[in-house]
Design a protein around this ligand. Structure first.
Ligand code: NI
Length: 219
């Protein structure tokens, strides 16, 4: 099987599994991350096969369901071997997937390859901007969370247990994760894209509080 066919097979596999996923990691998230990652890979001269495959498979196995801080990648590993991806490429893809996610900022997620940096940037870019806002509220709704409660302030997470068990409202997630992402971008190309998306979030929050605290003044 040549690489283009492998990528097509992977798209079919992922679309099949994640199409209607309800917490913001659905197929369209994958498709956006894939397109962003492909663009970043070209700009940053990364290996496009590794980047494309990793972007497509990065949410197939979810760290939130595994016991330790590392994502359990059994499903992904089995799939890669079923389509004949060689051991070296497979190892690169799996290593990135195991280590790339934010996990409340309590685990080291730094990437030492340009391919890992590019995919991580793409996933983080899809967590900010207008799409990031929409995904954050979709995720909160999926978890039955309040969108906001002014009495509950954002947390500085200390452990993965806290991240997994936090009873929280959605606005806090902007402070606990989204507003931090701009400064965590790895590549110069992603930093440029992140600036605008970060500004969209800041403007949104300002308007959100103005409406929440409406007092008859027009801003
Ligand atoms: Ni993702």
């Amino acid at each position: 099987m040549n690489k283009d066919v492998m990528i097509e097979k992977t798209k079919e596999f992922v679309k099949d599994r994640l199409y209607g996923e309800g917490s913001g990691h659905d197929w369209f998230h994958i498709e956006r991350v894939y397109n962003l990652a492909k663009y970043l890979a070209e700009e940053e001269h990364a290996d496009t096969f590794i980047v494309e495959m990793t972007a497509l498979l990065h949410d197939i196995d979810d760290w939130k369901f595994s016991d330790d801080s590392r994502t359990n990648t059994t499903v992904t590993e089995n799939f890669l071997s079923s389509i004949g991806v060689d051991a070296e490429a497979s190892k690169k893809i799996i290593t990135i997937i195991k280590t790339m996610s934010f996990k409340g900022g309590v685990v080291d997620a730094s990437q030492d390859t340009i391919e890992g940096q590019v995919v991580q940037d793409a996933d983080r870019l899809d967590a900010i901007g207008a799409i990031g806002i929409a995904r954050t509220f979709a995720y909160g709704g999926n978890k039955n969370r309040l969108m906001y409660d002014p009495a509950i302030k954002p947390m500085e997470f200390q452990s993965l247990e806290q991240v997994k068990n936090a009873e929280n409202h959605t606005i806090n997630h902007f402070y606990e994760k989204l507003l931090k992402l701009k400064d965590l971008m790895n590549t110069d190309t992603a930093k440029v894209l992140a600036e605008k998306r970060h500004k969209v979030i800041e403007d949104f929050l300002e308007e959100f509080y103005a409406e929440w605290n409406f007092n008859g003044e027009i801003h």
